[in-house]
Design a protein around this ligand. Structure first.
Ligand code: SF4
Length: 280
């Protein structure tokens, strides 16, 4: 006789419980980010039937498979173009891209900046664990200078992207950075971002003890969380160009950009054109 699943957790209603247990390593921060996201879905009163979550490839990309809304697990680096097409076809939906730094920034960086430039009406949650976690801990465009990864065994010689600055410069209407330790602030920030229109970007620093932490003297999640506790400083509306992540310096968190004036979105402009030329 099949065993009947009994709901046992407050988030079960939003999860595909038949897919559990999840694949995330013990101590991984992605689950905390997902939990903060679900809190925000409730706080912002988002109808799950009107919510779509798009992910790319990678550990964070698994979110699309676990969340019980219409969701898409797309090809590597391409969740933004999928989300953009979706939003164009169905402007009535809340479209969220939930993916990792390797996927969104290193492989898919070009899509990311152009979606911000166009002011596509999507919310992007970028879980930054400083490396390609799922594929074995390789260096990426967000790996801090000097950090050890499988492909930088002598330390990363490159300067990483300052994501808030990059997205602010590209035109995002809302830009924030939190960590998976700052769950209340993160949930509040996602709630706020849900209520805005236009391209919104939230970076969430998150422990990857398995691939990144153990090569950088933080082999368990608690040490990475203590690192976030001791090395982060909240400074809302700090100048995004000053929030680079530099080893030995405080990591600045907060809401950096929140443009009150509504800018026309990409979809609105496209529909205006369609309506104009339909009449011709
Ligand atoms: S490899 Fe890293 S990011 Fe991936 S599930 Fe494990 S801890 Fe999380």
């Amino acid at each position: 006789m099949p065993v009947k699943y009994v709901e046992s957790h407050i988030w079960d209603k939003y999860l595909r419980t038949d897919r559990l247990p999840h694949i995330w390593c013990p101590g991984c921060g992605i689950g905390s980010v997902l939990s903060a996201f679900l809190q925000a879905v409730e706080k912002a009163n988002i109808d799950p039937k009107k919510l779509v979550v798009v992910s790319g490839i990678g550990c964070t990309g698994r979110v699309a498979g676990y969340i019980k809304v219409d969701s898409f697990h797309t090809t590597h680096g391409r969740p933004i173009p999928f989300a953009m097409g979706l939003k164009l076809a169905r402007p009535d939906l809340h479209v969220v891209v939930f993916s990792g730094d390797g996927d969104l920034v290193t492989i898919g960086g070009n899509h990311l900046i152009h979606a911000a430039r166009r002011n596509v009406d999507i919310l992007v949650i970028c879980v930054n664990n400083f490396n390609y976690g799922m594929t074995g801990g390789q260096v990426g465009a967000t790996t801090p200078e000097g950090a050890y990864t499988t492909t930088t065994p002598y330390g990363n010689p490159e300067r990483p992207f300052n994501l808030p600055y990059l997205l602010a410069a590209a035109g995002a209407v809302y830009v924030a950075r939190w960590t998976s330790l700052h769950v209340r602030r993160l949930a509040w920030s996602i709630t706020e971002a849900f209520q805005k229109k236009g391209f919104r970007f939230i970076e969430v620093l998150s422990p990857c003890p398995t691939a990144y932490g153990r090569r950088n003297r933080m082999p368990d999640a608690l040490e990475m969380l203590k690192f976030f506790r001791d090395n982060c400083e909240i400074r809302d509306f700090a100048d995004p160009k000053e929030v680079d992540i530099v080893p030995g310096k405080k990591i600045i968190l907060g809401k950096f950009v929140d443009i009150a004036e509504e800018k026309k979105t990409f979809e609105e402009k496209i529909y205006e054109l369609i309506n104009k030329y339909r009449k011709v």
